[in-house]
Design a protein. Sequence first.
Length: 72
Amino acid sequence: MKKKFKMQNLDCAHCAEKMEAAIKKLDGVNDASVSFFAEKVMIDAEDDKFEAVLKQAVECVHKVNPDTDIVL
C-alpha cells in the first residue's frame, strides 16, 4: 500500500532527510520519501503492516523534531 500524507511544521531540509532515512529502516517499509518543499511524506509499506508502520513513522518524525506532525 502506498499513501501520501501532509506534514505540518517541517522547517528543516536536513530534518526531512533524517526522517526519511528513519522511516525507510522500519520493518515492512518498501519505500518512503519526505519532501521538505511540498511538506509531504509518502510511505509504501506492506498492506498487513501499514497501520503499524504509520504509527512508527509518526514516532520517527517526532524523534527528529517533536514539533513536526504527520496529518492523518
